[in-house]
Write a new protein. Structure first.
Length: 115
């Protein structure tokens, strides 16, 4: 069984999740069950799927969970664009989180290609 904490991409995903929680804490209360919930679930799904994949028996299963994590990163990117366009996050916050999400996605691609 793999140790997910050894993977830098898991750390990156965890950091993105922490950042998303900070970013969304000041969103309008009316969005608590909308975009806030969606962004938090998508971000937390990234490291959670990496961890779950590490607990699986085969490389094929591990790879499958990494691709699910990559999909969650794309979903999060979509919601960050929406949050920026709605005026919930500033341009500089958007660029910062988007760069981090892009780094996670590239790291996931690299790991998938190595397996």
């Amino acid at each position: 069984m793999r140790n997910y904490k050894k993977y830098q991409v898991w750390e990156l995903g965890h950091d993105v999740t922490l950042e998303v929680y900070k970013l969304t804490k000041d969103f309008p209360k009316s969005e608590m069950y909308g975009i806030v919930s969606q962004m938090r679930r998508a971000s937390s799904s990234i490291p959670a799927n990496i961890a779950e994949g590490c607990g699986r028996e085969s490389d094929a299963e591990f790879k499958r969970f990494l691709t699910i994590a990559r999909g969650s990163a794309s979903e999060l990117e979509c919601f960050t664009i929406l949050a920026k366009d709605l005026g919930y996050i500033k341009e500089n916050e958007f660029k910062e989180i988007n760069n981090k999400v892009d780094k996670v996605r590239r790291s996931l691609n690299n790991l998938v290609n190595k397996i």
